[in-house]
Design a protein around this ligand. Structure first.
Ligand SMILES: C[S@@+](CC[C@H](N)C(=O)[O-])C[C@H]1O[C@@H](n2cnc3c(N)ncnc32)[C@H](O)[C@@H]1O
Length: 220
């Protein structure tokens, strides 16, 4: 689907307008963070992708250049039209065989147990219903498949967690729905995944999104 309007009926007009702005400013806003280590982390994480790969919330396509050339099939799901346009341009510029799908991660147009690797970078913070998304990821993953992720999470430090709690609402409005204090890894475990993750710091970005978890999750 290549719709140019926001396909999610829950998104109000003003929110849809702001999401279009976000699509324009997203790459410049992340630039320092990418240069300060995030690009290297994306490359390292995605080197482990294999088989049929599905990326949720693919955004402007900052991961696209880092997929190994021998993955069997690359599906890039992105529900926001402005992001999807930039994603399509990046895929074309890189001449990368990939299919772009207009889909939120709550309902992926993909058969049960048909994906080897699901990729989520900075997406589980943004989805409105992370448990539902995690159930959907479990549905599409093959039994031996894995979820590879880079996610910013609720801080371990009490001071930073308190700052995240205070700034949650304004940040959410500014950052297109991102919940800076979400304990994402706990949610992944609570949804029945086995998780292995490393800690990192998202340098070059505001402190409330500094704490990162980078790793993989498998079903059961
Ligand atoms: C912070 S951006 C991350 C983009 C990209 N993954 C990256 O690493 O740069 C969050 C992305 O999640 C997308 N998104 C928002 N709600 C979503 C949903 N329900 N399902 C899937 N993606 C969603 C947004 O449109 C946006 O592209």
């Amino acid at each position: 689907m290549t719709s140019t309007e926001c396909s999610d009926p829950r998104v109000t007009k003003s929110a849809a307008w702001w999401l279009r702005v976000m699509a324009v400013v997203y790459d410049p806003f992340l630039w320092f963070g990418e240069m300060a280590g995030m690009r290297r982390r994306r490359r390292a994480l995605l080197a482990a992708t294999r088989g049929r790969v599905l990326e949720i919330g693919a955004g402007t396509g900052l991961n696209v250049a880092h997929y190994p050339s021998d993955v069997d099939d690359l599906l890039l799901a992105e529900p926001e039209p402005g992001m999807r346009r930039k994603l399509a341009r990046r895929v074309a510029a890189l001449d990368r065989p990939a299919r772009i799908i207009d889909a939120g991660a709550e309902r992926l147009p993909v058969a049960d147990s048909s994906v080897d690797t699901v990729v989520s970078t900075l997406v589980l913070c943004t989805v409105a219903d992370p448990e539902r998304v995690l159930r959907e990821i479990a549905r599409v993953l093959r039994p031996d498949g894995e979820l590879l992720f880079i996610e910013h999470v609720r801080a371990g430090s009490r001071f930073l967690a308190a700052c995240q709690d205070v700034l949650r609402r304004p940040w959410r409005g500014f950052a297109g729905g991102c919940v800076c204090n979400r304990p994402t890894l706990d949610l992944v475990r609570d949804c029945g995944f086995t998780v292995s993750a490393d800690d990192a710091v998202w340098r070059g970005m505001p402190a409330i999104v500094h704490p990162l978890k980078i790793g993989r999750a498998t079903k059961g």
